[in-house]
Unconditional design. Structure first.
Length: 231
């Protein structure tokens, strides 16, 4: 079963004509452990698609299955719990809590969920992201790239089915962006973590196993694989 399956997804904005067809019939699947980039110009529908995948907003029609679960069939409360347990988010602006140190930021989603912290696993993530000597620091003492690594660690901490990254390198210089991308790729491989990232930056997208291009709310081309990992 694919970890993510999207069937004929449409999202229109506005109640009166002409509506904005932000997504106009998107179908795609993502297999467990894949690292997929969704690319497209500004306004092509990338953020809307990511919001639908994460159940942050409801579709006009079509379905999204995460780990086989039909997320739009859930009521708001069930969807909120599902999202907290099953989906990790990485944002352009890191969204770290300034008064919590790096370690506290990373384990916060686990604690909010009321589940036990798997210390060995969290330790492995912290090491994989090169944050071992930063755990006691406040986010304000870190560089942008370091802050984004903390945000990635936090997204992985709950062992989500899916990590969704929204322009994760949008605030970073090109060298730091490449470093963050290589780390994302490594954690995808090391932890078998499925990652879907949106970006408008073609160079950044090249790190992914597969690139899906969207244009005017539709998939522009057949998804291509880099051929580096069997998918
Ligand atoms: P709906 O009719 O689906 O409720 P609205 O047009 O009323 O949608 O907008 C809902 C929200 O989205 C508002 O907060 C608005 O500021 C924001 N919004 C409107 N147009 C855009 C746009 N082109 N891009 C991003 N956000 C928008
Ligand atoms: P991208 O992330 O690729 O820049 P978006 O998904 O933000 O694209 O936007 C796709 C289209 O939907 C654009 O035409 C945008 O203006 C419109 N749009 C996005 N959000 C809203 C909203 N809340 N209300 C109305 N229109 C929106």
């Amino acid at each position: 079963m694919p970890i993510l399956q999207i069937d004929h997804l449409k999202k229109y904005y506005g109640q009166t004509e002409p509506v904005v067809k932000a997504l106009d019939g998107i179908s795609l699947t993502v297999e467990r452990g894949e690292f997929v980039a969704i690319v497209g110009t500004s306004g092509s529908g990338k953020s809307t698609l990511l919001h639908m995948m994460g159940g942050l907003d409801r579709a006009t029609s079509g379905k999204v299955f995460v780990g086989g679960n039909d997320i739009f069939a859930m009521n708001d409360e069930a969807l909120t719990i599902f999202r907290r347990r099953s989906i990790g988010f990485v944002f352009q602006h890191y969204n770290l809590i300034p008064i919590l140190n790096v370690y506290e930021n990373i384990v916060l989603p686990i604690e909010l969920d009321g589940t036990r912290v798997d210390k060995d696993y969290v330790e492995r993530i912290i090491r994989a992201l090169g944050l071992k000597d930063k755990v006691h620091q406040l986010p304000s003492r870190l560089s942008g790239g370091q802050q984004q690594r903390v945000a990635i660690a936090r997204a992985l901490a709950t062992k989500p089915s899916l990590v969704l990254a929204d322009e994760p390198t949008g605030n970073l210089d090109s060298k730091t962006s490449q470093e963050v991308m290589i780390l994302l790729k490594q954690v995808s491989e090391q932890f078998g973590q499925t990652i879907v990232m949106i970006t408008h930056n073609e160079d950044i997208a090249q790190t992914a196993d597969r690139i899906i291009r969207i244009e005017d709310g539709k998939i522009a081309m057949r998804p291509e694989t880099s051929g580096k990992r069997g998918v």
